[in-house]
Design a binder for this molecule. Structure first.
Ligand SMILES: Cc1cc2nc3c(=O)[nH]c(=O)nc-3n(C[C@H](O)[C@H](O)[C@H](O)COP(=O)(O)O)c2cc1C
Length: 339
């Protein structure tokens, strides 16, 4: 059921959440999500505690900047050191974190080799210390975001449920895949249900939710809330649409022209945030395929965005999107100087 979500001392009017996506979940993305969907909260990208503690303020901006026009934000940290995590927890609380999550699901080798991300799932006593370190250094709700054991040899679900509960996390986010599994493997709803049944704290289910049917499947696990990941990219209205769909209320999605403007706003704000148009364009190139979902000639649109090097060029492309769901100009690098 879509309903209010109580997490420790906070009550959110809905239980749908926009999850963390590295390379995407910066303030401009979250601000758009808030404007079009008002989720319970959105998450930052995963931020290494070392970055929080040692990076220059300018480099840190990308990760910790909160926009006055966005809603509640969950800062997601990555660490394997309780002392470091304790200090980073204090800092992000000062930066305005509304909630704080520890990443315990990242499958990337570089993160696992440092004993962080999903490798924490096989270090229960370290995980317990990390949860305590967060809890003792902030008053905001704290969580960990895990992957399930997926019937692998690791078999850690039972133990993790106990650690989470004993160490006093305020809620748990469960992505229903093992850390070795790719997105082709379907989400394991039964293992999300396992955590729901084992724990008294709220469990947020995550994995493959993109439409009202997949949302219903996730809600059927009994989870207190649902986290949307990839599907929220390029359609910041998705969560609002899901809320309408589940109540069988009408919802009209923005026109392709409006979507072009949203894409452009995302790009412009990202350039502001990063203080660098080129870096923003590089990030927007990766997002073109999501924003261009509804275009008949999405591949051409992506190719054009890929070839553009500044915001003016991007604007030129976006302005050619028409209501026939067509991106009108077969743009090439050499034609940038045409009118
Ligand atoms: C590009 C990308 C970046 C991601 N970055 C993070 C991250 O920084 N932290 C995290 O906990 N999960 C991250 N995830 C995982 C998602 O938050 C989510 O758990 C996963 O995609 C499953 O949800 P979905 O099926 O709704 O996308 C990332 C996933 C993708 C595709």
């Amino acid at each position: 059921m879509i309903k209010p979500l109580a997490l420790k001392n906070k009550l959110f009017p809905t239980n749908l959440i926009q999850g963390p996506l590295a390379g995407v979940s910066t303030a401009p993305f979250r601000r758009l999500t808030w404007r079009y969907s008002q989720p319970a909260f959105s998450c930052t990208e995963m931020i290494s505690c070392k970055t929080i503690l040692h990076q220059s303020k300018q480099l840190l901006e990308r990760f910790v900047k909160k926009d006055p026009q966005e809603g509640p934000v969950c800062f997601q940290l990555s660490s394997n050191h309780p002392l470091e995590l304790a200090e980073a927890t204090k800092r992000v609380t000062d930066y305005g974190a509304d909630l704080i999550d520890l990443n315990c699901g990242c499958p990337v080798k570089k993160i696992r080799s440092k004993g962080a991300g999903s490798s924490l799932l096989s270090q229960p006593s370290k995980l317990s210390q990390l949860i305590c370190a967060m809890k003792q250094n902030t008053s905001v709700p704290i969580s960990i975001k895990i992957r399930v054991d997926g019937g692998s040899d690791e078999k850690y679900n039972q133990e993790i449920a106990k650690v989470v509960s004993d160490a006093g996390a305020d809620f748990l986010i469960v992505h229903g895949r093992h850390w070795t599994e790719h997105y082709e493997t379907p989400c394991r709803y039964d293992e999300i249900r396992f955590f729901v049944e084992q724990l008294t704290i709220p469990v947020i289910g995550n994995g493959d939710v993109a439409c009202v049917d997949s949302l219903k499947k996730m809600l059927a696990t009994g989870c207190a809330g649902v986290m949307i990941g990839r599907a929220g990219v390029g359609q910041p209205w998705l969560i609002k649409k899901l809320m309408a769909d589940i109540k069988q209320e009408p919802f009209s999605i923005p026109s392709m022209k409006e979507i072009g403007l949203i894409f452009m706003e995302h790009a412009t704000q990202l350039a502001d945030l990063l203080g660098n148009e080129k870096f923003a364009i590089l990030q927007m190139r990766k997002l073109a395929k999501y924003y261009g979902r509804g275009l008949k000639n999405r591949m051409e649109f992506c190719a054009a965005v890929n070839s553009c090097e500044n915001l003016n060029q991007l604007k030129y492309i976006v302005e050619t999107i028409n209501e026939d769901k067509d991106y009108a100009i077969q743009q090439t690098r050499s034609s940038w100087h045409s009118p």
